[in-house]
Ligand binder design. Structure first.
Ligand code: G6P
Length: 589
């Protein structure tokens, strides 16, 4: 949530570099943006409402500067206005700040500063930080003043501060991502690595409660003790092009198509490690699967897999609901956190609680080096490569693959589970051909003007129906809801009227007859049934064929619905990569 990018070095085009970096981070927030740079011993500001992607950088002359910070915003405190857009500056325009997160004690700080005569130009919590630094800087150096200000902040944050007359960026974080990229006599700071990977693959991770002063050489400090910390430079092995759209029109379709090989990559893990983690699950006094949004639906689906494949009960709690159930967590419990970004605030909070209770934590994540990766006892990297579209696609199926593999491993059938997933990956490769996509686009044409649609599923495909509804809502903005097929007759069937599209996910297993009956109940009330199934059925008005994947059916069933959501979005002239009101990485609670 909110993208941060900064440059400090010898190039005079810092503003340009920062805007280009922010464009790569736009998926994290896109209601407004801004940059600050030093110009003639004062801070220069450029702030705009709207998407940074729409800014014509080629035809805009930016002031020369060797230092700049920037921010792409997803509003939390204060509406979407230029005044509320970051960076924020002090009255003398000596200091500038960008911030991601929420300062919980900002009201108290704001009152204190107002009593001292500071005036505020925005409604944001961020502006308090810049005035606080300016206030401390009356009697201290920039570094000391910033240290003093940061010490007073409560809540989660990633912050960058600059001063007009110093070639220095100060960065600090607690609970929100921030990574330092190390180039040749130049530095980049960003919310994620793909934003600067075309400049450098060398990174230094900034951990929670750390602050780094970046000038000729970065110096890391603990925010509380002030002690200097030794840090290593780590080399990243991602290829820059994996974070680019290439020939595809949108990241979402590129990432859907990448599922031809992301499942292989996900399951390419050391057997000994998977078996060890399966043992941890078996030994645990209660296993808790935790995730938010799509990752939460993956956890829900996994609970059916653990039950069916491994005859093992696991608890599922969405991140934001975890606090009210945390008392069930014991010292010997295991928390499995599922997350693409590894930065989602509600999931991170659950991990923090687990750690205070002494429970073990296993994270299943895509972003290596993310907060969850670094906080957990064990981590499985799904290796899907950068996922940039807000709506998760390839990360979803990779997470499902890992959890399927773990369920099999818990039943001492890891080889069988892997075989199933390898075969499924091969079938996905065959399925994702241009003819298939054309078929789904034609279906999207047919249903694009409906105001509502429904998705039904049973057993492990019930959470997939829920996930399908999320996909449709997120990018098409059509009112979509997922239900357990058996629940329809208890209320939701009243929503069906003539022609209402209803997707029925029908697996070729013991649930087939029931879900077909549910589809028939919808059809009898005028519903238009779109069947996602290995075989065509009488009740279907339209059939989307999927491979018969047995226990891997959730993986193959969600893919055509991702494609349908994508094409509905495009046909309805929505930007599928940056849906309204959303952000990719939700680092606030
Ligand atoms: C946001 C994204 C979703 C994602 C969820 C959890 O809402 O738009 O696609 O599922 O956050 O994110 P995580 O990074 O923890 O998987």
């Amino acid at each position: 949530m909110c993208g941060i990018f900064a440059y400090s070095g010898q190039k005079k085009s810092a503003g340009d570099l920062v805007i280009r970096g922010l464009k790569k981070l736009e998926y994290r927030g896109y209601d407004s943006w801004g940059i600050a740079y030093s110009e003639n011993q004062k801070i220069g500001l450029l702030r705009k409402v709207g998407k940074i992607g729409e800014f014509d950088l080629e035809n805009t002359a930016l002031p020369q500067s060797t230092l700049a910070i920037g921010h792409s915003r997803w509003a939390t405190h204060g509406g979407v206005t230029e005044e509320n857009a970051h960076p924020h500056v002090d009255a003398q325009k000596m200091f500038a700040i960008v911030h991601n997160g929420i300062i919980e004690n900002y009201k108290e700080l704001r009152d204190e500063l107002q009593r001292k005569g500071y005036t505020f130009k925005s409604e944001t919590d961020t502006e308090t930080i810049v005035h606080l630094i300016a206030d401390y800087a009356k009697e201290n150096t920039f570094v000391t003043a910033t240290k003093m200000a940061i010490k007073r902040l409560k809540g989660r944050f990633a912050i960058l501060a600059i001063k007009a007359d110093e070639q220095k960026i100060i960065a600090a974080r607690r609970g929100s991502p921030l990574i330092l990229g190390v180039g040749e006599n130049e530095f980049f700071i960003a919310s994620d690595i793909p934003a600067f990977i075309n400049h450098t693959k060398k990174v230094m991770y900034i951990d929670d409660d750390e602050m780094v002063v970046v000038n000729e050489k970065p110096h890391f400090y603990n925010i509380h003790s002030g002690e200097e910390i030794e840090k290593r430079v780590v080399e990243i092995n991602w290829e820059p092009q994996s974070a680019e759209k290439g020939a595809f029109e949108h990241f979402m379709i590129k990432e859907i198509m990448e599922q031809k090989d992301t499942i292989y990559r996900a399951i390419n893990q050391k057997d000994s490690e998977i078996l060890h983690l399966a043992d941890e699950i078996k030994k645990a006094y209660g296993t808790f699967l935790i995730g938010c949004g799509t990752a939460g639906k993956v956890c829900h689906a996994a609970s059916y897999l653990f039950s069916k494949v491994a005859k093992r009960h696991v608890n599922v709690i969405v991140g934001s609901e975890f606090p009210s159930q945390q008392d069930f967590l014991k010292e010997k419990s295991l928390v499995i956190a599922v997350s693409q970004s590894g930065e989602t605030a509600d999931t991170l909070e659950a991990i923090e609680v687990a750690k205070t209770k002494g429970s073990k934590v296993l994270s299943i994540i895509n972003v290596e080096g993310s907060s969850m990766d670094r906080m957990s006892d064990y981590a499985i990297h799904i290796k899907a490569g950068p996922e940039k579209a807000v709506a998760s696609t390839k990360a979803t199926t990779s997470q499902l693959a890992i959890l399927t593999m773990l369920a099999y491993a818990c039943d001492n059938r890891l080889t069988e589970g892997k075989r199933l997933l390898i075969d499924t990956a091969g079938e996905i490769n065959d399925m994702l051909n241009p003819r298939y996509e054309k078929h789904i686009r034609a279906l999207a044409e047919k249903i694009k003007d409906f105001e509502s649609m429904y998705v039904i599923g049973k057993a492990v495909n019930y959470p997939i129906a829920l996930e399908a509804a999320i996909k449709l809502q997120e990018v098409s903005y059509i009112h979509a809801e997922g239900f357990a097929g058996g629940e329809l007759k208890h209320g939701p069937i009243a929503l069906i009227s003539d022609g209402t599209p209803c997707i029925a996910i029908v697996a070729n297993d013991e649930t087939r007859t029931d879900i077909l009956n549910n589809a028939m109940e919808v059809k009898s009330r005028g519903g238009f049934i779109i069947g996602v199934s290995p075989q065509n059925e009488d009740v279907f008005d339209q059939w989307i064929k999927v491979p018969d994947a047995g226990n891997a059916s959730p993986i193959v069933n969600i893919i055509p619905i991702q494609l349908l959501a994508y094409h509905l979005a495009v046909l309805r002239q929505n930007n599928p990569d940056m849906p309204r009101n959303l952000a990719k990485s939700v680092t606030v609670k």
